[in-house]
Ligand binder design. Structure first.
Ligand code: FNR
Length: 380
């Protein structure tokens, strides 16, 4: 109602309420390198296209006369109560997109009450982002580095700064073949931006001979790349995480039901069905197509979350009906950040929440947990 009655004109006249239009607008405003970093996916980008196409194969069947006057979209996910089943997916080095980067995103998330998942590869330190988030929900996403001492340092810092849940991204121990980044020399471009969350870490600083300055910046960047992920990790290594993190843990990048079962057997609290927005394995299954089997394998033993391709309220609702407790979105808010900083991110989050609420009510639902397979039919 607020959006309909007041319009958005006084806030951000240029930003549309159809979030699928943001990418084209952002392309005109962003540098080619920044746009390529956000919009780009792996290889021929077939997986990114498949992620979107998968939503169109499911259709909502609205139900009538169900008294939907009182609606409550709030959910509790891994110990965090949120006003809608939507989280901000981790996005690294957001200073590429806007100078205020993760600080602006954290403020916008806090203003809407939604939880932001902070990337290890943040362009501000996790402590600075925590301060910007105020009372806002905060989760930490770990890229598990080769150096275990560094991994433990991240976990201890995150705990001390009040991050409550840990997301461990498994699908990106190295960057995939991403032509847009390769063609535009992405890593040298990062030299001017840095990765403050690593550069501010005491264990990282010890490894590069002290605080990162202009003198050792290139060396620090190379050390970061060399340490970024660990391709030799196995399921057995999860016990190490459990030892060093006593809050909830969700594994991000799960696509196969057997991997989901292994995650639950290893004592994980959640899985995030995700193909990293199509940025890792070109030709991979659409993330939405992987969701039902994973949800089935997990049952009520752990929390199932979903991302990759969510752009509208009906996308969120379809993912909930197919078994997700909540979804994460990435690119839409990155474009909001590019186009309007903190206010741009807020715009995206408010629109998505409002769209979800209207779509749910018009489909006959008052609460997210009422969404199930009865709501959907396959289009073909
Ligand atoms: C990402 N993603 C990501 N994931 C993660 O675990 N850590 C990270 O640092 C990043 N960084 C990142 C940067 C950019 C520019 C994008 C677009 C994505 C993946 C992200 O969290 C999420 O899984 C997908 O992007 C979701 O798909 P959509 O919403 O972008 O389609």
């Amino acid at each position: 109602n607020e959006i309909y009655l007041q319009g958005l004109g006084d806030v951000l006249p240029a930003l549309p309420t159809d979030l699928t239009r943001l990418e084209a607008l952002a392309e005109r405003r962003m540098s080619a390198q920044a746009f390529g970093y956000v919009a780009g996916s792996a290889g021929s980008e077939a997986t990114a296209r498949a992620n979107r196409a998968a939503f169109d194969r499911w259709r909502i069947v609205p139900r009538m006369l169900r008294d939907v006057a009182e609606r409550d979209l709030s959910v509790e996910v891994l110990g965090t109560t949120m006003p809608a089943p939507i989280l901000l997916a981790p996005i690294g080095v957001q200073s590429i997109v806007h100078p205020e980067g993760e600080l602006a995103t954290a403020r916008a998330a806090a203003a809407t009450g939604l939880t932001k998942v902070l990337s290890t590869a943040a362009s501000y330190s996790l402590e600075d982002v925590a301060a910007a988030a105020g009372d806002g929900g905060r989760w930490y996403q770990l890229y598990w580095p080769k150096d275990r001492e560094l991994a433990v340092s991240f976990l201890e810092r995150a705990k001390a700064a009040g991050y409550t849940a840990l997301v461990v991204t498994l699908d990106t121990f190295t960057l995939a073949w991403r032509p847009r980044d390769l063609d535009q020399a992405y890593l040298p471009f990062l030299r001017g931006i840095g990765v403050a969350n690593y550069f501010s870490d005491p264990v990282f600083q010890k490894a590069v001979g002290g605080p990162v300055t202009d003198a050792n910046r290139d060396m620090a960047l190379l050390h970061w790349v060399a340490n970024f992920g660990n391709p030799s990790l196995t399921w057995d290594d999860l016990a190490f995480l459990r030892e060093h993190w006593d809050g909830p843990i969700a594994l991000k990048g799960i696509q196969h039901p057997d991997d989901a079962r292994r995650a639950v057997d290893a004592g994980m609290d959640g899985v995030i069905v995700s193909n990293h927005g199509g940025r890792q394995v070109d030709g991979a299954v659409a993330s939405l197509d992987a969701l039902p089997a994973v949800a089935d394998a997990v049952g009520d033993r752990a929390t199932v979350l979903f991302d990759s391709g969510v752009r509208t309220g009906s996308d969120v609702l379809k993912a909930l009906a197919l078994g997700a407790k909540a979804v994460l979105v990435a690119r839409p808010y990155a474009y909001g950040l590019a186009l309007g900083g903190e206010a741009g991110v807020r715009h995206v989050l408010r629109c998505l929440q409002a769209d979800l609420e209207l779509t749910m009510a018009l489909a006959g639902l008052t609460r997210p947990d009422e969404a199930n397979l009865d709501l959907l039919v396959r289009d073909h």
